[in-house]
Structures are given as structure tokens and as C-alpha cells.
Design a binder for this molecule. Sequence first.
Ligand code: F6R
Length: 609
Amino acid sequence: MCGIVGYLGQKEALPIIVDGLKYLEYRGYDSAGVAVLHNGRISVVKAVGKINDLEQELKKVRLPGSLGIGHTRWATHGRPSLGNSHPHATADGRIVLVHNGIIENYNVLKMQLQAEGCVFQSETDTEVLAQLIGKYYTDDLAGAVLSALRDVTGTYAIAVLAKDRPEQLVVAKKASPLCLGLGKNEVFVGSDAIAFIKHTNKVVYLKDGEVATLTPQTLDIRDMQGKKVSGKVHKLALDHSSIEKGEYPHYMLKEIYEQPRAVQDTLDGRISPQGDEVIFTELEKYSEYLIGINKIVIAACGTSWHAGLIAEYLLEKHARVPVEVDYAAEFRYRYPVLDARTLVVTISQSGETADTIAAIGEAQALGAKVLSIVNVPSSTIARNSDMVIYTYAGREIGVASTKAFTTQLAVLCLLTVYLGRLRCSMTEDYARNMLQNLKCVPNEISKIFKEVENIQKIARAFHKHSNALYLGRGVGFPIALEGALKLKEISYIHAEGYPAAEMKHGPIALIDENMPTVVLAFKGRRYEKILGNIMEVKARKGQLIAIASESNEDIARVADAVIRIPDATESISAILAVLPLQLLAYYVAVEKGCPVDQPRNLAKSVTVE
Ligand code: F6R
């Protein structure tokens, strides 16, 4: 959360910084600001709101200069206001910085600095860091940053300017992401390489505890002891066109439509030519370990946690391994019982979620091995895990996760077959059957798009409600949770997901003609029971929207509206059924005029605990 950018080179810094900030807006959009150094003077411009608001402010001034930094904020300490927006500066304006993270001991430091005569302008933890660097700074900027960071506890990615250092940009990182882009006689800084990928694909990921001094031609990286370390240069393959919206009005819609391709890319090369084995070369060296595990614990957050809940059904039913699923933040602090025979699986789109990163550390400290399912290559979670399986969803920019989820489910289906075969708990025929069904998913997803007009019609009535209930059984239950989360996030309609049978134990009290209920009613072992739950809703005048398989004829007699998905097994139906729920949430949000890609208070990557 919060995005930082920086530029030092031969070109005008401002357009590059503002453009970079637009790509990082998914990390927060409460306020934004830039600082540019020119002729020994640092000019700062800020605005409350989005980058568009900052651009309006920038129209009123001219900020020449080829060294600058920028920030887009997701508020933690201090409300979104001009005073709390970054960049922050020392009282004399000599040092200016942007920061992503939290300075946990800022109160103590602030009191010390105030006692020494520092006057603070904002309520933020970041200003403390600026003042602290200012206190240590004489003529060695990197040295002053190092000294200040030694006093600090917490997390940070920072970019720092000093007004008497026109050829230097100093950056540092601990627990918040930061990467450097190396161009010809120019250097870029970003919380994410997406901020500068159109200028260079040569990227250095700074490690925790490193401080780097950048000039247009040189890169000097030090550890916290001031010892020189080398940075590995990665060549990123990120195609710039993949981060544009193209013909779509929102990233979320583009990403929903990308799902057939994303799932296909995730499956490609991972099913044997005979169709009965899963190829995970990335797990080969751990096969003995995986044969010997006696339990799997899955830890994740949000949508990725929902994928974990589905994995619990899949792995227990088909691979016969005991599974527990935890919110990463709860797992970390609840003294979990793990040992060397526990496999901890973490799931994350961004690979940067702070709670999930912490869960990995906890699991490894307790002797377990960690297998992570991640979408972003080289992310912190990918780097910290023992084993990694990538989803190939491609860059997900819309704040509400869509294609990451379906690709996670595809990987989890593959993992089920992989472990089932490896541990001899699944026959060859069973595996072939599951994989055959999985191979059909991209095509089956494409068929669901013909339901769009129907979904738009339903959304036109749905958007007037302020509450909704989502019900499902078995794998349909986590899908109900995911459907409710999508609706809440982008349309601000309160929605709850429930296991359909649990409804009678409380939520049924809410049902009346003003409370639409969305039911996952795909055929399977629990179908008759779901029909019973549907009748209970109808008996209480509830409006019922069913997600049902194509061949299900009886559902139309009881539901007020039906959205069809192709006939499939229960596990595959779960993957297919999330598509209509994503589209429903999308069109409800559009009807309500909500900012779909940037819902209020949210950020794409939750890098604070
Ligand atoms: C919901 C959503 C969030 C994320 C959660 C975990 O649409 O996007 O709930 O799923 O913040 O993020 P990752 O998967 O990046 O760890």
C-alpha cells in the first residue's frame, strides 16, 4: 500500500514520475504528491484524492528538473489531507522523502526530535523519518539515511532527495517492496516495476536492510552495516501492452475477459501428453518430502483465502490429505501446531501481502516447508518460499481480484492431482478424468460470456438493494464468500456469504422481499439439499438469483432469475460459477456509478499488517 516512484537522468522528471504514479495507483489513492529538484531548490506539489487531482494542481505550476520523487498514498497514520500527503520534508526543506510502510516507534522518535527543537507539520510517521535523516545529514546523504534507519523499527521503502545533491537519489527498503530500473544514463525507482517498465526492463530488486545511492550512471548498494553488496540485474519480460486497459472501460472487466487465456497459460505444459500426470518440475526436488507430509495448512488473505477454502475440499476429497485453512494474520499469531511433516501452502496474487509473508516466516521457524502459489514472479513471497508454483494470470491491476482467483483454482486442481498421484491415493483413471475436465475450463469459461446481457438486466434491479445474501454448499460455499466479497468491495452493498445449510441458524431472519439471495445451485451430491434451501428463501418472499448448470431445468420454476454455467463436475463448476458473480458485482457497481477499479479505502496490495 502506497506507491513510490523516483527518477534521475537527463529527461524532465515530472512527466515520468506522474506517469509512474498512475501505474501505481492500485496501491492507494487517498492523496498524491511529487517533489522535483532544480537549481538547488526542491519544489513539492501535493493533492488530496487521485493522481488526476494531482495533475490538476500541476497545471498551475512549472516544475523543471531531472531528479524527482512521487507518492500515491493509502492512509495509515493520519487522515487523507494535504498536510499528511507525501513527500515530507525537514523544516528547512533540505531533505525531502517519500515512504511506503509504517515507522512503528515514530511516537518515541517524534518526542525526542521535538525535545531537540524539531517542529512537525503533519500527523504522519513518515515526517519523523524525514526529520531524523535531516538531523544526521551533513554531506553524506546515504550515511544519514543509514543512521536514521538504525533508530527506526517498522517497515519502509523510501526514496530521499537532498537539495544540495542534484546528482543523487538515495533509496532504502525493509519489508515494503522497492525496485530500481536501470536505463542509459538514467535510473528509475518504483514500488513495482510496472511504474517504469515502458522505459527499461533491467530491474534490480532491493533486499531488506539495503540502502542504495543512485546516480544516472552508478548504483551503490550497502547493507545496514555500510558494507558494499552487489545487486542482481533481472531482465523482465513484462509486455507493456499487457498493462493497458485497451478497449475496456475498466481493468476489472478486461481481466474478467482474460480468464480463458489466463487459465490456459496456467495449465500449459503442466499436464503430461498422456493426460494422466501433472508436471510440476518446480516440485521435483521435494517429492520425498511431499510423499511424507501428514497435513497441509493453507494460509492466505481475502480472495486468495477463498481459493484456499476450495483447495480444502479438493485435496481432502481427491488426494486424501488432511487440510486446514487459515487467514494468514490469524495463523501467524495463534501458535499453530506444525512440524517437519506439515506442508504450509500460501496463496497470493501479489506475493507482497504482509500477513502472508509473516505466515511464511512463522511456518518456517516451526520447521514446516512452504509451498507458495503466486502470480507475481520475484515477489517477496516467491523469494521467501521453499517451493513456488506460479499462476500465469498476467498482471492484475483492477483492485478486485478476478483472473488471479481462477488461475489459483486451476493450480490447486493440478496440485490435488499431483499430490494424489505422488502419494498413490489417486488412480490413473481418476487423475486422467480430473485433468480432462480441467483442460476444458478455458473453453467453458468463454461460453459464460453469452450470459452478459442477462447479468446486466439482473444488475439493474439488484443495484437498488443495500444488502444481499450469497449461499452455497460444498465448493459452492467459498464461491458464495467470493461473490459476496466482490459485491462488497466494488459496489459497497453489504453482502454475506454463507453455507446454505447454516442459513437456518441465523441469517434466515434477514430474508424478506428487500434482500436478494444469490444461490450456487450446481448439480452434485448436495443439489437436493440446496433446492430445499431455495424453497426456504422463497417461502419468506426472498428474491432469488440462481447460478445453475445449463441442463438444470427445474431451477427456473423456483428462481426469479437464473444465470447459466456449462454442465460440469462439482469441482469444475466452482471455477465456472465465480465468473457470473464477478460480472454481477461489476455491473451492479457500474449501475451505481462506483469507481470499479479503485474502490474506496482499498489498495491492491496490502503491505501492512
Ligand atoms: C479481493 C482482493 C483481496 C486480495 C487479498 C490478498 O478482491 O483482491 O482480498 O485477495 O488482499 O492479496 P494477495 O492475493 O495479493 O495476497
